[in-house]
Design a protein around this ligand. Structure first.
Ligand SMILES: Nc1nc2c(c(=O)[nH]1)N[C@H]1C(S)=C(S)[C@@H](COP(=O)(O)O)O[C@H]1N2
Ligand SMILES: [Mo]
Length: 574
């Protein structure tokens, strides 16, 4: 009955119960303290860039869930990383279970060591506070207690080691006991019907084998008891896990915020005709909040309440100050159409999007704070202590950075930084677009090293001009005749898009038709209708920016300062 496999399963089940208890408690206290999420984040933070880049290519994802754990969408390799964490923990849990076969304490110790690793990950989170340890401690207790219960039940032993076993009780009462040997409080052997040497208590626990003939020599494990304990624990894990998920979802509901209007003359102009409506396949001019790409280091969707939120301005400034959300909303607002781009977007990739942002010009904050002359970096800190650094000279070279509170006419979605985030036109998101921002520190590169700088990404990273082909899609077959080729192009840091050119196979570059321009820091739609014969073809596109420069065909990987190269698509006509 108590086979190796069963021991291993005990370890797995106990670990799942522990994880569910930890996740549930964390959902009540602070989602960020969930041991599972903490381990996942820890792994993400420690994964070398090269591996992430590789994983991005292999396992692009829009977010996923494993049981009760919802993982945010994002380009990072999260599937692989979290998948490996789950598999790794699962294997170790099975091993811990197996080890209890030798001695319960060994397996239990192994579980505790596993939880200690999770505790390390929790403590390591930048915004760690003592209360965050509660879920980890409960994880350990629940895991070991479950393991103990399964183990004792499987051996027909009482849960309390000092108590007498059912067998002893039965014996004492004079009933015909089905099994006669058992352990007493002192661990002494009471009776045995065989002439085998009397095994020690530990041996007895090790050697429980129910086979015909050996039936009466050992404490009788209860198959039913094990089944019940297993079912109860599995149900508890499922219920707690689901409850944690439900609570997290409830907490993540949007707050009811009334956004202020932009100041007089600061509303964004009406957008021009969206080519998406006529030429299907081209990305919409404005990407809806629901469809907007998401990239961050988080495994969850952070829930930051506007109540109690503040934006602190400090560092080398004449006037440090702090704004509440209401104070921020009371400041004069501007509305701007800006296309955000991620440095880890590969050529032709989807981590780019145009949206309408409402917010306070950063200039208003600079005017009040008065940064010192030595400042060369603005470090923005998010609610969890994650940091993003922006070159101060690029912030103040005339581009209009904003502290945004609205996105496409709505409050910022939680995924995109509620209650407030930074948006800086022309700079990749990882050096500018801090979501869930709570602090702006004016400092120097020498003094402060931010998250991605520690990981060797570039510190100065203007967005590289690029054209993307949205249609036809790679490796599809389109109807013969006039073939629609179209997409979007951007050159936010280079004076905007003047022209987009396309090239079919080895032909000449020819000008495409561009949609009406929104502004220099917004992307531009484009299309060309080309006569192409049946067969396999390649189409390429490139942008000519506002400075008159043609997009480079030199290939570069996203790391460390953004990808470059020409996007081309192989497709068939027929
Ligand atoms: N707090 C926080 N802000 C962040 C990030 C992050 O990991 N944490 N990622 C940045 C990156 S790399 C990009 S490209 C943009 C993406 O913004 P989006 O998810 O709203 O599209 O957010 C930036 N802001
Ligand atoms: Mo990014």
């Amino acid at each position: 009955m108590v086979s190796r496999r069963l021991y291993a399963l005990f370890g797995l089940l106990a670990t799942l119960v522990g994880m569910a208890v930890g996740h549930f408690t964390a959902s009540l206290l602070n989602a960020d303290s969930s041991p599972v999420l903490a381990v996942g984040s820890g792994v993400i933070d420690r994964t070398p860039v090269s591996m992430k880049e590789w994983a991005i290519k292999q396992f692009d994802t829009d977010g996923f869930s494993v049981g009760p754990f919802d993982f945010a969408a994002g380009n990072y390799d999260k599937v692989v990383l979290i998948g490996s964490v789950f598999v790794g923990v699962g294997v170790l849990a099975l091993v811990a279970g197996l080890i209890t076969r030798i001695r319960f304490a060994y397996g239990a110790t192994m579980l505790v060591v596993l939880v200690l690793v999770a505790a390390g990950a929790v403590v390591d989170r930048p915004a760690f506070e003592a209360l965050d340890l509660v879920p980890v401690v409960l994880t350990a207790i629940a895991g070991v207690a479950s393991l103990w219960w399964l183990h004792r039940t499987a051996h027909g032993l009482p849960l309390d080691p000092r108590a007498r076993s059912t067998v002893e009780i039965a014996k004492a009462e004079g009933a015909t006991a089905p099994a006669v040997s058992a352990t007493s409080a002192a661990g002494k052997r009471r009776a045995t019907l065989t002439d085998r040497p009397v095994p020690s208590e530990d041996d007895a626990e090790d050697e429980i084998v129910i086979s015909p003939g050996a039936v009466t020599t050992e404490p009788r494990p209860s198959r039913r008891g094990v089944l019940i304990a297993g079912a109860v624990l599995a149900a508890a894990a499922a219920v707690l896990g689901s409850a944690g998920k439900l609570i997290n979802n409830l907490r993540a509901r949007a707050e009811d915020i009334t956004l202020p209007q932009p100041a007089v003359g600061e509303a964004a102009p009406v957008l021009p005709t969206d080519l998406h409506a006529t030429y299907s396949g081209i990305t919409p001019l404005q990407v809806s909040n629901a469809d907007f790409y998401r990239v961050d280091t988080r495994l969850d969707t952070p829930v930051v309440s506007s109540d109690g939120w503040t934006l602190k301005i400090d560092g080398d400034v004449e006037n440090p100050f702090e704004l509440t959300f209401d104070e921020l909303l009371a400041m004069p607002m501007v509305e701007r159409d800006i296309t955000l781009t991620c440095v880890s977007n590969s050529v032709g990739g989807k981590y780019v999007g145009g949206a309408r942002w409402l917010g306070v010009p950063l200039q208003a904050i600079l005017d009040r704070a008065k940064p010192g002359s030595g400042v060369d970096q603005m470090v923005a800190t998010d609610f969890d202590g994650m940091t993003i650094g922006t070159p101060y000279d690029l912030l103040t070279d005339g581009r209009e950075a904003i502290v945004a509170v609205g996105m496409n006419g709505q409050e910022l979605p939680r995924e995109h930084g509620f209650p407030a985030r930074i948006i800086v036109p022309g700079l990749y998101g990882f050096i500018s677009a801090t979501k869930w921002v709570t602090k702006l520190t004016f400092t120097t590169y020498a003094e402060t090293e931010v998250y991605w700088t520690e990981r060797k990404w570039a510190t100065r990273a203007p967005i590289k001009p690029s054209a993307r082909i949205d249609t036809p899609k790679a490796l599809t077959t389109v109807k013969p005749g006039k073939v629609l080729v179209g997409g979007v192009a951007w050159a936010q840091d280079n004076g905007g898009v003047t022209k987009v050119q396309v090239k079919v196979d080895g032909g000449e570059w020819t000008d495409a038709t561009t949609g009406d321009d929104v502004n220099n820091v917004y992307w531009r739609q484009w299309y060309a209708e080309v006569d192409i014969d049946a067969g396999q073809h390649t189409v390429a596109a490139r942008v000519v920016d506002g400075d008159g420069m043609t997009q480079t065909d030199v290939r570069a990987e996203p790391f460390p300062g953004g990808s470059s190269g020409i996007h081309s698509v192989l497709f068939s006509v027929g």
